[in-house]
Design a binder for this molecule. Structure first.
Ligand code: NDP
Length: 399
């Protein structure tokens, strides 16, 4: 029996609230807090048979959060606001003595750069307070690292090549929309690509490397190498990896829109003056694009995210593929959110459950692959994200 505060009432917050509500034996009290309380209330009302409390909070105001945490006395805070708020929420957790979990690593607002250094630097502070911080417990980051840890534990003596493959085979019927916060998404996708090779990072131009890959229950999709945050912790925690890459699928139409957005300056995060008011073009664009939480209703198709791994077992080379397919429609029918929010929110709930049931509790700041993957893998299927494995198949990747 534990009390949880969920911060952020977007698509992911909706799923986390629904999934926590489905497990009353662990999450006995739930408070959903966000910048706009009306969104929290709307989500709370969409959840049958549970009372979800709500609150207005500015997650960049540490003292405001400490006051809320001290009055509600949560056991854990699940941060599904934006990456900009991570450090503020971690500070508030330290001050109020609360465990912490998020799904995306910290990014400063004025620089499109994400790395773990800022949050790893909190390790001693969490240790001293005997608190646990779990970083990046969505799908990717999150489930993909747990898949990797599971493969390392049960299927390989040494892993050498890791390819995380992320395909959204869904169709939301819009000309252009992003599946999660547009500002964060466009910052991520327009960055240069980067992958790990033989002990160093290799940088590429954005979308420079493309191969068509076949995804289970979806088909062949053009897949592009891009940088993704979990690579940073995976190559540190699995030092036998000679190469680690992240691939994401994009349609031609999506990339054309993205190119135009960049060419006309709308992806810029440099403030400009418009009629005497300072605006950030990308933040303005976000307001004109479809809200990710509105995409669910007509979303068809599935996501397929997984890990393709090559390495050694019992002296022989082996290949391994582990993945989940998630249906946008099924996610929407259950929670009112599309598949990308669903695949993020379910691992976040289960990561919190792991901590609250002492399976993943140790003082400090950790990425998810640093915990035992078995108790998580035992449960994730029954909470909505079952996985499949194929061994010794052609992984279709250039090495
Ligand atoms: P949304 O933009 O839909 O929701 C973000 C929510 O955070 C909104 O409700 C917003 O409030 C709230 N918020 C923003 N700033 C503040 C603040 N200062 N104080 C309080 N609340 C604030 O995003 P998503 O739900 O799509 O994504 C949530 C998180 O999940 C993001 O960090 C994203 O990067 C991460 N993510 C992780 C994935 C993974 O697999 N690991 C995949 C997809 C997303 P308001 O409603 O007022 O705008």
């Amino acid at each position: 029996m534990a009390k949880v505060i969920i911060i952020g009432a977007g698509g992911v917050g909706r799923v986390v609230a629904h999934k926590c509500a489905q497990v009353p034996e662990v999450f006995s009290d739930i408070l959903l807090a966000s910048r706009t309380e009306s969104k929290c209330k709307e989500i709370a009302q969409s959840i049958p048979n549970r009372t979800i409390k709500t609150a207005q909070i500015d997650a960049e105001n540490v003292s405001e959060m400490v006051t809320l945490f001290n009055s509600y006395k949560p056991d854990i805070v699940i941060n599904v606001a934006l990456p900009y708020q991570d450090l503020f929420i971690m500070d508030a957790c330290l001050e109020a003595g609360v465990h912490y979990l998020d799904t995306a690593n910290y990014e400063p607002k004025n620089e499109a750069k994400f790395e773990y250094s800022w949050q790893w630097a909190y390790a001693d502070k969490f240790k001293e307070k005997n608190l646990t911080a779990i970083l990046g417990c969505g799908f990717d980051p999150g489930q993909t690292q747990i898949y990797t840890a599971y493969a390392a534990k049960h299927y390989f003596d040494e892993m050498h090549y890791l390819d995380i493959v992320d395909c959204n085979g869904g169709d939301h019927g819009k000309a252009f929309a992003t599946n999660f916060n547009p500002e964060i998404n466009i910052r991520e996708i327009t960055q240069k690509g980067k992958f790990w090779k033989n002990g160093d990072w290799v940088e590429t131009e954005p979308h420079e490397i493309m191969v068509p890959l076949k995804y289970p229950n979806i088909g062949v999709r053009n897949s592009y190498v891009m940088y993704h945050e979990e690579l940073e912790s995976l190559v540190k925690n699995f030092p036998t990896l000679k190469q680690a890459r992240f691939w994401m699928t994009f349609g031609d139409e999506y990339l054309t829109h993205l190119r135009v957005i960049q060419n006309i300056g709308m992806a810029s995060i440099e403030p400009i003056l418009y009629k005497g008011v300072e605006i950030v073009p990308l933040q303005f664009l976000k307001e004109t694009l479809p809200k990710p939480e509105t995409l669910g209703e007509n979303y068809t198709g599935k996501t397929s995210i997984g890990c393709r791994i090559k390495g050694i077992k019992d002296g022989k080379e082996k290949t391994f593929y582990i993945w989940n397919n998630c249906s946008h429609q099924a996610a929407y029918n259950e929670t009112g959110a599309q598949g990308v929010s669903y695949t993020t929110g379910v691992p976040a709930m289960l990561g919190a459950l792991m901590l609250l049931t002492d399976k993943w509790k140790k003082p400090g700041v950790f990425n998810v692959e640093e915990f035992d993957p078995d108790p998580f893998m035992e449960k994730i299927g029954s909470y909505g994200l079952p996985w499949q494995i194929e061994e010794n198949i052609d992984l279709e990747l250039p090495y």
